[in-house]
Design a protein around this ligand. Structure first.
Ligand code: BG6
Length: 515
């Protein structure tokens, strides 16, 4: 990709075939309105992603960032300083004055609280003004705010008539950050209030895992090769393990995290989406709807164990050592109530009730304060029913495994048996590694970069829709219900969760992969 190519030059190029998805696509002139622009997400991810997009020439001329927050700034200069600081500190591409000058020329700010009608009228007038400058009034509203404020902001957008583009060819879209509700019922309520303002095709729910290059590679690996798909069934697969381990604790997020816990924070969304991509059938095309239909079938086919308490583990970290540093326990984190029963680790055994997967356990585990940060999906194949080797050698051969490492050290590893060099027929497991960093020179774009660009382009492929969100809650709700009166088991920070997580697999003759 020629990163320096200016967007307008591409548009003028008569040789450019707009159907060619390999060419970088540039959205029509538009604005991105960020609610919660002073918050952590906007500062660390969104604004840097926008700057990086601008730096790669992927934003349209006249692209506007509109900040909406309660700040008594007298001049837009102060807003510009905040945006510049976020971009300078957290963007991945180098700082370039000319790129910043182009972005800064179109920064706007609206001061107001979410229940302030006047502020929304001012926002409407501002977007009208931007449309008058030559655009069609297209705008995406990014709700980077606590979920409790979603209904108010959606209602305000509705009343200010902001849900519809003022001119033909224009669009209005909304971007919702997770958590998408707290359970099925609240998710349905949220979906209803979104539907009252925006058409389903204009709603973009962000699950940032889907923006990760390596997550998208699951589909490329599965459906772009002949090698894997024939054995991707219960006839050959023993089990699937999905691990999302983080070495960090909850930091300063107690207010959010303590009312949520690991299952709602990352399993309901990231891990179930990963499971859906691993287990789905081949879509008829790579169109958003075709992929969604297949993912949804999987989510709806997920089965919970008969005895949830026996086949799930909840844990909470206590003080310990992570990477040579002593860290405090969850209950001593700032803002966490001393008697909190919120989990910081879960291990869950799920099934997928369809012909391809019947009988194959899907083991999911996710946790904070694990020994290291790693997210991976491992397909563990059945052992060969007959191994014509010396019994001592047979013990050296484990199950074949295909491991997709999503982060860090993105890549794919295949584990299989091989002859040990020498005069005897000795066999042992070895691994074959593919590393993204070594095979491609292009760096992967940050997930938010890809996702923000897709919203502006109106491409919904990487965004879960309302039905997927609701199907996922249908998996999580019974778990939460079964756990309601239980206390999580303690595990020392720096360990792979409570001992019970090992037992969960051991009782079925398996072990977790050493990730
Ligand atoms: C977020 C969760 O969705 O994902 C956080 O709310 C978690 O608790 C984060 O730390 C992990 O994201 P990543 O991209 O670092 O794996």
């Amino acid at each position: 990709m020629n990163q320096a190519t200016a967007p307008d030059r591409q548009e003028d190029n008569p040789l450019r075939d707009v159907r060619d998805r390999r060419l970088p696509r540039v959205p029509d002139p538009c604005a991105l309105v960020i609610f919660g622009v002073t918050g952590d997400l906007a500062q660390k991810k969104l604004i840097p992603a926008i700057y990086d997009l601008a730096n790669r020439g992927l934003l349209p001329p006249g692209f506007s960032i509109v900040g909406f927050a309660r700040r008594d700034w007298t001049a837009e200069r102060e807003f510009a300083a905040l945006v510049a600081h976020a971009a300078r500190t957290n963007a991945r591409t180098p700082w370039r004055d000319e790129v910043w000058a182009r972005l800064a020329a179109h920064l706007r700010f609206v001061n107001g609280s979410f229940d302030d009608d006047e502020a929304f009228k001012a926002l409407a007038a501002m977007l009208d003004g931007l449309a008058a400058d030559g655009g069609a009034g297209s705008a995406a509203f990014y709700l980077s705010i606590p979920p409790s404020s979603f209904p108010t902001v959606l209602d305000q957008l509705n009343r200010a008539g902001l849900g519809e583009a003022p001119r033909p060819g224009g669009w209005r879209r909304v971007i919702v950050e997770k958590p998408f509700g707290h359970d099925l019922e609240s998710a349905r309520r949220l979906n209803t209030s979104i539907d009252q303002v925006f058409a389903p095709r204009d709603v973009f729910r962000i699950d940032h895992y889907l923006g990760k290059e390596t997550v998208q590679n699951i589909l490329a690996l599965r459906f772009g090769n002949t090698l894997f798909e024939p054995v991707w069934t219960s006839h050959f697969v023993d089990s699937v393990q999905i691990t999302m381990a983080e070495d960090v604790g909850i930091g300063r997020r107690a207010a959010f995290y303590d009312s949520v816990g690991t299952a709602r924070d990352v399993v309901q969304n990231h891990l179930l989406q990963l499971l859906a991509l691993i287990a789905m059938e081949e879509p008829t095309s790579f169109d958003p709807d075709a992929i969604r239909v297949e993912k949804l079938k999987v989510l709806r086919a997920i089965t919970l164990p008969g005895d949830i308490r026996l086949h799930t583990v909840r844990g909470q970290y206590t003080a310990g050592w992570v990477a040579g540093e002593h860290v405090s326990g969850y209950l001593s984190e700032p803002g966490v109530p001393a008697d909190s029963t919120t989990e910081t680790f879960v291990a869950i055994r799920l099934g997928v009730q369809n012909r391809r997967w019947v009988g194959v356990p899907f083991y999911l585990r996710a946790g904070k304060r694990m020994p290291r940060r790693v997210t991976e999906v491992a397909i563990i194949f059945q052992r060969n029913p007959h191994l014509p080797f010396d019994p001592a050698d047979v013990e050296m051969l484990g199950n074949n495994q295909l491991v997709m490492r999503l982060q860090p050290d993105e890549g794919v590893t295949l584990k299989f048996g091989s002859k040990v060099p020498g005069t005897t027929m000795e066999v042992r497991d070895i691994t074959m590694d593919f590393q993204y960093g070594e095979s491609f020179t292009e760096a992967s774009p940050e997930a938010y970069e890809r996702l923000v660009l897709d919203v502006l382009l109106g491409d919904r492929t990487l965004f879960p829709d309302a039905s997927e969100v609701e199907a996922s809650w249908q998996v999580i709700d019974p778990l939460e219900e079964a756990w309601a009166q239980t206390r999580p088991e303690p595990y020392r920070a720096g360990r792979w969760g409570p001992h019970a997580a090992e037992e969960l697999l051991a009782s079925e003759g398996r072990t977790w992969r050493r990730a």
